[in-house]
Write a protein that binds this ligand. Structure first.
Ligand SMILES: [Zn+2]
Length: 123
């Protein structure tokens, strides 16, 4: 359950961050004509907060990979939490037999196509 919420949060994180920055842009644009110091403060805060937004993304993704690795080691699919996992691509990538989601050994989900897997095996 926590993993599913975390997965959804990671998918939505970039869009929410973009929406917040666009809202700040609109507020700063309005402030430019009425309260110029406010616009300046918003610009400075926006630039300084970028590091924390990126750090938060990295922490959330690392947490998701860690929880995914735990689920995979227990034979559960991190995406649908049910289906048994099968090993594909020389035993490195695990694929869910239920939903078809594929996971790298580090726990991150991959979108690799069948043809790309064949190339990786050939290389
Ligand atoms: Zn699944």
């Amino acid at each position: 359950m926590v993993l599913r919420i975390l997965r959804w949060t990671n998918r939505a994180y970039a869009f929410v961050a973009l929406a917040v920055y666009m809202l700040a842009f609109v507020v700063a644009f309005v402030c430019m004509f009425s309260f110029p110091v406010g616009a300046l403060i918003l610009v400075v805060l926006g630039v300084l907060s970028l590091a924390f937004v990126a750090l938060g993304r990295d922490v959330l993704q690392a947490l998701e990979r860690w929880m995914s690795r735990r689920a995979l080691s227990q034979g559960r699919c991190p995406a649908c939490t049910t289906g048994p996992m099968s090993l594909v691509l020389q035993g490195t990538i695990q694929q869910c037999r239920g939903c078809g989601a594929k996971f790298e050994p580090d726990g991150s989900e991959t979108q690799m196509l069948e043809s790309e897997e064949a190339n990786k095996v050939a290389a």
